[in-house]
Structure formats: C-alpha cells, structure tokens
Design a protein around this ligand. Structure first.
Ligand code: DGJ
Length: 735
C-alpha cells in the first residue's frame, strides 16, 4: 500500500511487515527518512526530523536556507558535483561540458499497473495502485529523472528503477546511473554480506564489518560473473538466520553490475546498486530516455532466513515468467560429465536407454554435437549437426522421445570460434578492438550481441533447429568473459554503451525464443554459475549452479546461492564429481542435488545394480518431496558462512502440511557427540506430524507435535557416523 501525505510530499510505501518513507523537502531534495519494521501512521514523522549543520568541508548552497548540507542529507537519488560528496546515483555531462547533476522533485503519480521496462527484466503482478512514479528534474543540465517504486506487499519487497530523459536540445552523456539508492541511518556497526567466488566456488557467502569509506562488489566482465553475484546484504553484527535485521538488495541484471556500500564520516551508510560505472557511458540524444535495470530490496527483522524467503517468494511469484515456474521439472541426465566430447549416437542412446529404465525423464545432449566439434577449439557459431558424430538431430530426438523421454540440447549462442563457418562468413561480427591483439578464453571469441543482425542470425538458426528437431529444453552456456570490447558499427563516443547494448541483445534473443516456444524449458549456465542472477531468471526458471558437482563442496555453494535465489532455480545433479577427487556416497550426492532442480551427470551405463536401485529410490523421493522443496519455505539450519561439521536445512510447505529435513555430515571429528539435533521450522505448532517411514505401517510411525519439532527439534539418530553420510526426514501433518 502507498500512502501520500503532507500535500503530496511525504511518501509511505507499506508492505506486510515493512515501511519505507521519504519526503520531498522544501527545496525539492528527496530525503530518505526510514526503512524498517512497519509503522502504521507516519504523519508525525517530520516534526522531529533531524537537522544537521556540518563543517565547511561539507558544501552548502547559500540560496537554500532551509536546506541542510547535501553531503549529510539522506537522499533517495543523489546527484554529482553539486554538494553531495558521497557516491552519486546519477552523473551526467551536459552540452556545456559540465559534469554536474542535481535532481529536484517536481511531481508524483500513482499508477494502477507497473510500468514495464523496455527489453529489460522487470517484476510483475503486484496489486493495483502499488506503483509510484516520482518525477525529478535537473533544470540546469536538462535532465528529467523518473524514479519508479513498486510494492510487493505479501513478500515485503520493493522494486526500484530510474528513467532518465534528455530534455535539452543537445546530447547529454550519462556517466553513471544507478537503479536505486538507500541511505541507512541510525544503525550502529552494520556488516555486509557479499557472495564472492570463482569458477567452482560460486556465491560463497562472506560476512565482513563495514569500514569507513567505500566497499563495493561488482563485475566488469560483461556478465554477472563467478566472482560476485549481483546482490548484497546489510545486517547487524548480531543478525543470525532467525534474529536481527537484514536488508537484501538484488539487481535484476546479467551484465556489468555494481553494489556500492559507503560508510560515511558521519556513520551513515549509503547503498547503491546498478550498472557498473566502469566501462559505461550512454549518449542521450535530445528527447531520448535511458532505463536502468530494476533492483529489488527487502527488509527482515527476523534474520537472514526471512530475508531469503522474502526474495524467494518475490522471484517465484513476480519475476520468473516461465510456465515451468512452480512445476516439477523433468529429472534429467546430461551427458557432459559422462562423456565430455567423446560420444556418438550409440553412446547417447545407450545412456538414454538406462535412464528410461530408472525413471529419468529427459536426456540433455551437451557440448560437442555441432559443426565438427570434438574439442573446445572449434565450431562455436555453427549450430548444425556434426553428422558423422550424431547423425540427424531430428532422428536422435525422435529416438529419445520414443523412449518416453524429453530431449534437450546445449548451445553457447554468444560465442564464436575462429575455426567456424560463421567466422569465415562474418569475421566482423566479433567483439574486438581494431589494430589491437585479442584475448581468447577457451580459444573462443565473443559475438557482438549489440548488433541486431547478429541476434537475428542466432534466432534464425536456433529457432530453426529447435522447431525442426522438436527440442524440449535448451542449456544456454557462456564460457568466457568479455575483453576487447568494441563494436565496429558504433561511433567513437558510443563505445561505452557496448556492454549494456550486448546484454540487451542477449535479452532480446531470449525474449524471441520464449515468445516462439513458450513451453521450451531453458536452463542458464556460464561455466557453471557464472551468470546466476535475477535478470536471467526473468527469462528462464533455472540456472546451472556450479561446475563443481562435488556434493560436499556444493553445500557451501548452494547455501550461499539460497541466501538470495530460490532453490527451485538451482541446477543440481548427481555426478562422478570430476572437479574433485573426494568419495561421496551416491545417496548423499542425491540428497544434496535434491535441494535444486534434480538430475544426473554421469555415465549411467556404468552404474552398479545397487546404484541403480538407489537412483530409483532417489527419483521417487524427488517426486514426493518436490513441491515442498521447490515451492515451500526454505530454512537454513546451519551457518551459511562456514563449513560446518554437520549441515542441515529444511523446507516446509506453504500450507504447513509437509516438511523435509535434510542433514549431511561433512566430517566426523573424533570424540564429539554423534547425534545432532535440528529444529523443523515453519510448522504449525498446533498440528501433529508423522515422521514418514515407509518401512513400517503408518499407525506405527512416530508422531510429534509441531511445537516440539520447532522448539526442541529432532534428534537425527539415523544419521550415519562416517564423513559424507546424510539423511532426509519427511514429515506429514495428520490433523
Ligand atoms: C560449461 C558448463 O558449465 C558445463 O556444464 C558444460 O556444459 C561445459 N561448459 C561444456 O562446454
């Protein structure tokens, strides 16, 4: 709900448990006032509003007697070089060469429906009237700045973005434009959670106290990247999974991103998310507009757990558009870790035949089926069958379909090999700086997706093959990051636009494919989880979480990922774990993969009879637990910031009728108590729950009250004592 008070100058955005308040002050600066636990009536909020009078090192405008120094004022969207010396939300160079911006409030507008962003991910489906547009102007530079706010009441989430329009008669250069900003006041000793990583170590949650000055995470890799995800969290020193304040911020964007947190000299904290200002500029012609990506933010007074559940509900309910969202995905077998490039039709069909007998529902043919690709040095861009290896794609798809399975195919649409027909036909289609040496990653180059003709070509060849062969799923990979960024058709003063134009091209291709094939299941991927972000989730419902499929390493990766993203979006498979050598029981590999979109990535023809029996059991368990795990509420029961000797999480259905508790023993130390106890959270304290055990008749199964399970917890006495043992408990309400 949005309340507008004080003659249209005080704005109160309310969700179920939160309030967000800001004010257009007498000189038109948008002052941020409050973000936190819900307050019903904020009308009196301004009568004891703090006024600060700074030293001369915080500049003040002499013509603004009622104004307090802009360098101290908590601001909704700060300018540049006009008195606020902290990180700026918008910086632009006007026709006179002055790099100076100063947004001032002009008007507000409540709208019934949320304004869509052109060609960019944006949330949808909030209630009528929950959208606020605040128009500001920088009359001197000639910019109009519309700040968009939307309220998603039931999941305590707000979205923000900005539209910048050039009202002047000459071009203006945008140098920096953030999606949103939050100035947090009155909080002592805040900490920041970021999600750092690398290939095979994605989204490792790391918690550090804020220090004075700027601490920023982000990416200038042309993609979200493995190193930092496009999200950040602020919390109190004492925040845990269940207690304390946590602010979660997520950018719905897949390119260069920036999460800046500045702890100022006056102990205020400014948070900004947006397109990374390095390698960004945008030339705004007179009358033209620039739309920023959207950012989502949530506040939890009950720790990281609720913060994550808010974000999960927001993404599942308001961002992921795929018809597969909320539906059980087919259990898949992907041949990559089974064969790498070394396969032929016979090998693939052998794997598929075993898959069909143990309840696997889809075969995904990974890298190596196209051009003449037998290794990673060739053929990217040639999206037609490698006939001597796999024959005709339609015939192969028909054979898989005849086994009662779906058929999926790997693509890496944005890449090109120099050894390819596409490169020989269009050498100018690659991103590269003329007269400079090129960087290669995995011997490949990047197609210039800022060019519409490149996107059109990819659409034609991909859509043609998907339609001709009857493909049910595609895995969209991206195996290197951007360097040598230069687009030959663009003039010199627009080269700073290339990284963003590239992402718009990627989104455009996604959009066309999902419009043409609405039921196509698409899995995102970038060398594992190098482009795992909320922007991608607008186009596809799941993303391969990491190339590290070692179930024990995955514990940390999946816990960090779950801080922000729903488990239903995390690709997770049982594999032989080629990136590490640790032995992990098949059952544990399955129990960990089940906390994601479940599948297999190993040579099924080599499974023992015992492993096949376990796979059949795991597949049945996946069917049984899916709705609770994927659509329920997710609770981390162990510390996501370290490797715990025993890890646990539980998922509880929204109607509180079922819960799944998973416990994994990472390592067994000598002389420690062996039986852990974990609460089962989210249950109805007044109901009773049966601990389902198919080995005994239901009347003999143990029954526990919900409050006992939540408060005392369950002794996990069936958990084995060896390293990497695991157990899954399933509870069903009986009343
Ligand atoms: C990287 C992906 O993460 C893998 O799963 C696999 O698809 C390879 N690329 C294929 O080249």
């Amino acid at each position: 709900m949005i309340d507008i008070l004080s003659d249209g100058r005080l704005f109160h955005l309310k969700t179920r448990h939160t309030s967000y308040v800001f004010f257009a002050n007498p000189v038109g600066r948008l002052e941020h006032i409050y973000y936190g636990k819900r307050i019903e009536d904020v009308a009196s909020i301004l009568c004891r509003h703090g006024r600060q009078y700074p030293a001369s090192f915080c500049p003040m405008r002499q013509d603004e007697s009622s104004d307090q120094g802009p360098d101290i004022l908590p601001q909704e969207y700060s300018g540049f070089n006009s008195g606020d010396m902290r990180i700026a939300a918008v910086a632009a160079t006007g026709p006179d060469g002055a790099c100076w911006t100063d947004p001032r409030f002009v008007s507000h507008r409540l709208t019934d429906t949320k304004r869509p962003l052109n060609g960019l991910p944006h949330a949808f489906g909030n209630a009528k009237g929950e959208n606020l547009e605040i128009t500001c102007r920088d009359a001197f530079t000639g910019l109009e700045i519309i700040l968009l706010y939307s309220v998603f009441e039931e999941c305590d989430t707000l979205t923000r973005s900005a539209i910048i329009t050039n009202l002047s008669p000459a071009p203006i250069q945008l140098n920096r434009v953030m999606s949103g900003q939050l100035d947090v006041m009155g909080k002592q000793e805040l900490e920041m959670v970021d999600f750092q990583g690398s290939w095979c170590r994605e989204r490792t949650a790391e918690r550090v106290p804020l220090r004075h000055g700027l601490q920023a995470t982000g990416s200038t890799r042309g993609a979200t990247g493995h190193v930092n995800t496009a999200a950040t969290v602020l919390c109190e020193k004492t925040t845990t999974e269940t207690q304390g304040e946590a602010f979660g911020f997520v950018l719905e964007y897949s390119g260069n991103h920036y999460e800046g947190i500045e702890l100022t000299q006056f102990d205020m904290v400014r948070v900004q998310l947006g397109i990374h200002p390095d390698f960004f500029s945008w030339k705004l012609e007179p009358g033209a507009s620039f739309e920023t990506p959207e950012m989502a933010m949530t506040y939890s007074a009950e720790g990281f757990g609720l913060m994550s559940r808010n974000l999960h509900d927001f993404m599942r309910g308001h961002l992921i558009r795929s018809p597969w969202n909320g539906k059980r995905r087919p259990i898949l077998i992907n041949n990559w870790e089974a064969t790498f490039f070394d396969f032929n039709t016979q090998k693939i069909l052998d794997i598929a035949r075993v898959a069909a007998t143990i309840g696997i529902e889809m075969l995904v043919l990974d890298d190596g089926w196209f051009g003449h690709r037998d290794d990673d040095r060739t053929s990217l861009g040639d999206w037609f069958e490698f006939r001597s290896k796999i024959g005709d794609m339609k015939e192969l798809a028909d054979s898989i379909h005849a086994l009662g399975m779906k058929f999926g195919l790997w693509f890496e649409p944005e890449m090109i090999s120099e050894d390819s027909e596409l490169y020989r036909a269009h050498p100018d289609w690659v991103l590269c700086v003329p007269n400079r040496p090129r960087c290669y990653g995995r011997t490949q180059l990047i197609l210039d997706f800022s060019r519409p003709e490149v996107v059109q070509h990819l659409y034609d060849v991909m859509a043609g093959l998907i339609a001709r062969a009857g493909i049910d799923y595609i895995k969209w990979d991206m195996n290197r990051n951007m360097s040598d960024i230069f687009s030959s058709p663009l003039p010199a003063d627009q080269q700073g636009e290339v990284p963003h134009r590239y992402i718009l091209g990627v989104y455009a291709l996604h959009e066309r494919l999902i419009q043409t094939f609405p039921n196509l299941l698409i899995e995102g991927c970038s060398g594992g989880g190098g482009r795992f972000d909320a922007g991608m989730l607008y186009y596809l419902p799941q993303i391969w979480c990491s190339d590290n499929t070692n179930a024990i390493d995955r514990l940390r990766i999946q816990a960090g990922t779950s801080m922000i993203y729903p488990v239903a979006s995390m690709g997770a498979h049982i594999s032989t774990q080629h990136t590490t050598a640790r032995f992990i029981p098949f059952e544990t590999r399955g129990n960990v993969a089940m906390a994601g979109t479940f599948g297999y990535e190993l040579d099924l023809t080599k499974l023992t009879e015992e492993e096949k029996a376990t796979a059949i059991r795991l597949n049945a368990a996946y069917h049984r637990y899916h709705d609770v795990i994927s659509e329920g509420d997710y609770y981390r029961l162990t510390d996501a910031f370290r490797d715990n000797p025993v890890e646990a999480w539980c998922c509880t259905s929204k109607d509180q009728s079922q819960a799944v508790l998973t416990v994994v023993r990472r390592t067994h130390f000598g002389n420690v108590l062996n039986t852990p106890i974990f609460p089962v959270l989210g249950l109805d304290p007044k109901r009773h729950y049966r601990l389902v055990n198919d080995a005994v008749p239901s009347e003999k199964q143990q029954v526990f009250p919900g409050d006992l399970l939540a408060n005392m917890g369950l002794w996990c006495q069936e958990l084995g004592h060896n390293d990497c043992d695991s157990i899954v408990y399933f509870f069903e309400a009986i009343d």
